[in-house]
Design a binder for this molecule. Sequence first.
Ligand code: GLU
Length: 224
Amino acid sequence: MCGIIGILGSEPAAPRIIEALKRLEYRGYDSAGIATLDADGAMQRRRAPGKLKNLDEALASDPVTGDQGIGHTRWATHGLPTQANAHPHVSGPVAVVHNGIIENFRELRHELEAKGHTFQTETDTETIAHLIAANMKSGMSEIEAVQAGLGRLEGAFALAFLFEGRPDMLIGARKGSPLAIGIGDGEMFLGSDALAVAPFTNRVIYLEEGDWCVLSRESYKIFD
Ligand code: GLU
């Protein structure tokens, strides 16, 4: 079981994401990664195989900015624990981190490849990023694209999505793997468990099985 953290904050996100991921190390992992949005809403991503120290070093030599982002510690199920296979996975404006396994990813991948999507990894997770990006390309909003995409996924997942050019939005979803919302003071968080968000808030709501949520800094909405 790996770890997820998402932050819509009011201070630099990267150090906080690393802090949260360190608290999730007990779950075991083989690689880690982070994506943030800079002040202009552009996506920045760093990933590293192995321990969080390696991601820390990657960030030290090539820092990211921004006060919102997502982070992940991966326990590889599909594809080797390489930098390329580390999360977040990105397609178009969509970045996603994922806990679990998408059982019908091959079928979805073939469908998306037929539409012209090119895959960079061997993971089941990358399919999710492409699926949501394809929905957005067909004219759906971020929320509509995730809602439609979730309906196509079979398997177990906890997910956190970050969208380029959407500086006050995170979307989370849970089916078969836990995910919690942390409510801060003008800040909002997503985490695999309360421990992940504990440095930032002790107000935590666990999503129920099949729930998904849309977060801004000031509000959250939960759908089932
Ligand atoms: N199945 C995904 C992968 O292999 C996620 C694994 C996990 O839960 O960390 O990348």
